[in-house]
Ligand binder design. Structure first.
Ligand code: CTP
Length: 221
């Protein structure tokens, strides 16, 4: 098949970037995801001819060519946008979705009040987008997740694969310089439900995106 058309007729939904969970009109809880890996994957899938929807959290990145981008802010918005973009042949969950969000957003800026030296924020769990996509009907043929771990990477990644019911999980170690969040380079260890494992990189995220797409393509029936 000609380069640039191998994925034509396939629909990909890719989530990327962090989410921001608002505390009040001027403050939020965020994380250090840059969105680069998800944007690189969306770009690579579009270059291969796929029809790509990119659901992006707040990032400072230009839209890849030939991709339909939907900007969101919070985990709840990302969840709704991803589910609304289904059905798809493949979902790639590269977003660093917040696991917790404030129970309520204060309508006014929280003020320091005299006599208090602590503030208790009540956080509640967000919906798990990846697990919800994996149990959605019709289910994407291939559901791909990421696992950002600081330790015991393989064990945590395999546990996540099973718990969330996904087909492939790309694990990376975070919390070390020159890899993971905010970095241009990364190393991924990709695990599949059937026991398959392969290390990709270290390499620039654009190159990793193509290597991961090769694995996805092989497994897309
Ligand atoms: N994810 C998601 N929705 C959430 C949280 C995570 O879709 N509310 C997805 C991410 O997009 C990623 C994968 O789940 O593909 C792994 O995220 P990670 O933060 O590593 O795992 P958690 O589920 O948060 O598990 P833990 O906190 O135990 O590490």
């Amino acid at each position: 098949m000609m380069a640039g058309t191998v994925l034509s007729g396939r629909r990909f939904v890719v989530s990327a970037g962090p989410t921001y969970e608002d505390i009040d009109p001027v403050r939020f809880i965020g994380n250090r995801s840059s969105g680069k890996m998800g944007f690189a994957l969306a770009a690579a899938a579009a270059r291969r001819g796929a029809d790509v929807v990119l659901v992006a959290g707040p990032v400072h990145l230009d839209s890849p060519a030939d991709v339909r981008r939907i900007d969101v802010r919070s985990a709840a918005q990302l969840h709704a946008a991803v589910l609304a973009a289904l059905p798809a042949d493949c979902y790639i969950g590269a977003a660093a979705v917040a696991d917790w969000t404030p129970r309520a957003v204060a309508a006014h800026k929280l003020k320091k009040t005299d006599g208090t030296d602590a503030l208790a924020l009540e956080l509640v769990r967000t919906a798990d987008v990846l697990a919800d996509v994996a149990s959605h009907r019709p289910r994407p043929r291939l559901v791909v997740g990421f696992a950002a771990e600081t330790d015991d990477v393989e064990r945590h990644a395999r546990a996540k694969l099973e718990r969330k019911g996904v087909d492939l999980i790309a694990a990376n170690r975070v919390g070390i310089a020159g890899s993971g969040f905010e970095s241009d380079d990364n190393t991924l260890v990709v695990h599949a439900a059937d026991g398959f494992a392969r290390t990709l990189g270290p390499a620039p995220k654009t190159q990793l995106a193509d290597a991961l797409l090769d694995l996805i393509q092989e497994r897309l029936p």
